[in-house]
Ligand binder design. Sequence first.
Ligand code: DC
Length: 244
Amino acid sequence: MGEPAIAAEAHNSAPACHAIAVDGSAASGKSTVGQRLAADLGYPFLDTGIMYRAMTVVALDRQLDISDEGALGELVRSVEMRVELAVPSTGKASKISVDGVDVTDRLRSQAVEDAVSLVSQIQAIRKAMVALQREIAGRQPVVMAGRDIGTVVLPDANLKIYLEASLEERARRRHQEFEAFGRDASRDAVHADLERRDRIDSERDVSPLRPANDAHVIDTDGLTMEEVLREALSLVRGGTDDEE
Ligand code: DC
């Protein structure tokens, strides 16, 4: 397709609808928190990582060199991405397709884990993903989780939450998740992979990972997920309509 949905003009206007941004590094708990807030509010939920992962699936399928900015730029301009948002209050899961092919079940393979940080550094990819994310937030209220939602995608979000957790704590959580899924990975390997992704996500030139100046930072070390959720929910219930 020519100029597709993901090549939609980036617009800088604030979303017309109510929006909550939840940012943080890999395994910081942002998806769990975001989903729970969305469930509480009856809003749809978008984990924006799935969009970068879907682009990575397609780049790998086409055997592109993922460090080739030109090739990835061409790819993102030539495909059409469609995202169906999760609706946690009804149990509806998200779905994502590229050029009509549903890639939802392929987002968490090891090949994608290894390549996605590199793909998400490419400026043309980020530009297209940000444009689509803004378009989505302009259509309906949403809880959106990612790395740059509060800083770049939705700078005027009604509430911004940034979850912080030490590398040790995140490695522990991610390893537990892998074990629950029956996925074979040593704690050391999980730790090393998170460290690598942190470095790429926070040192990249475009939209590096950092809290927005007006984000509510929750340091989750030493807190249970229930305690983190309680704090996040109290921020939401405490008046999300306030200008931050
Ligand atoms: O949250 P996650 O692990 O599913 O994210 C996958 C990758 O996408 C990760 O390397 C960071 C990147 N990402 C990003 O750069 N910006 C976002 N808003 C969301 C994810």
